[in-house]
Design a protein around this ligand. Structure first.
Ligand SMILES: Nc1ncnc2c1ncn2[C@@H]1O[C@H](COP(=O)(O)OP(=O)(O)OP(=O)(O)O)[C@@H](O)[C@H]1O
Length: 263
């Protein structure tokens, strides 16, 4: 009689590490795609995979061949569909490395006090502009990126490349300015461009009051390593978008802390 092979039940340290790493990977993927349409896509794939296993188990050759072909083409399709998530995932891994996380060490080696002071100086005009735009109910969308990606922004943007200033931000967003439509992009310590058309998020779980400005702010935080500050024209409320998630009603104290951390 044929005996069962229980070899696969042998458990080693390598298996334990393997399981832990897979659990961490699943957690990372889940936290990146949570509240996005990618969850539905992943669920759809999962259902197809289960169906494939059932069909294969029942030896339904024709159907399993069709699904097999579909899956092999599907891998390419998945890379295209999940391109923003894959990009974010890789950026996230890069940003979470030991040296990146321990900025104190970088600062110690390369003069953190100066950097902190520079940071506050650079953030202050933005906070002041937001305060005044909130008061005057001027809608604004400001995107912060570490490195300006020509491919992502130059198509629709008006290049500015100027020092960050409160009055410049206010005049860009005031209603009669020809540049007020779209987003301002701040990178490398400069107002790089204005009037930028950004990709809109297709998240269908956002509150109904979110219009295009909010959707564009959230959209760019999903597709690029960017954060966005949104000043609502309707309510004057400040929102902060990061990694596809949005924080509403952000106070100026919080905004300063968030920008100091992320920008
Ligand atoms: N794809 C886009 N990229 C950048 N900015 C955009 C985009 N689409 C719309 N906007 C900006 O959003 C403005 C329209 O905002 P809308 O009223 O739809 O937004 P909202 O999210 O409801 O915000 P508010 O509370 O300010 O009304 C446009 O005038 C334009 O400046």
């Amino acid at each position: 009689m044929k005996s069962f092979d229980f070899d696969f039940l042998k458990f080693s340290w390598a298996s334990a590490i393997d399981i832990i790493l897979v659990a961490i990977l699943i957690y990372y993927v889940y936290s990146l795609i949570r509240n996005t349409l990618a969850v539905n896509l992943l669920l759809g794939m999962f259902i197809i995979l289960i169906f494939y296993q059932v069909v294969k188990g029942l030896h339904m050759d024709l159907l399993s061949k069709i699904i097999d072909k579909f899956i092999s083409v599907g891998i390419m399709a998945l890379i295209i569909i999940f391109q923003p998530e894959i990009r974010r995932f890789l950026l996230h891994i890069g940003k979470s490395t030991f040296l990146q996380k321990n900025k104190a060490w970088w600062g110690y080696l390369f003069g953190s006090k100066d950097r902190e002071r520079d940071n506050l100086l650079r953030i202050k005009p933005i906070i002041d502009a937001c305060k005044s735009m909130k008061k005057s109910r001027t809608g604004a969308l400001i995107v912060f990126v570490k490195f300006y990606d020509d491919e992502l922004f130059t198509n629709s943007c008006e290049i500015i490349d100027s020092k960050i200033s409160k009055r410049l931000l206010e005049s860009i967003f005031q209603k009669h300015s020809p540049l007020h439509d779209g987003a301002v992009v701040i990178a490398e310590n400069k107002i790089k461009s204005a009037s930028c058309i950004l990709p809109l998020t297709d998240n269908d779980k956002l509150p109904p009051q979110f219009g295009l400005r909010h959707r564009a702010g959230i959209g760019i935080s999903e597709t690029a390593d960017a954060v966005a500050v949104i000043v609502s024209e309707e309510t004057g409320e400040i929102a902060y978008a990061k990694q596809g998630r949005v924080r509403m009603n952000v106070s100026f104290g919080e905004l300063e802390k968030l920008l100091n951390k992320d920008f």
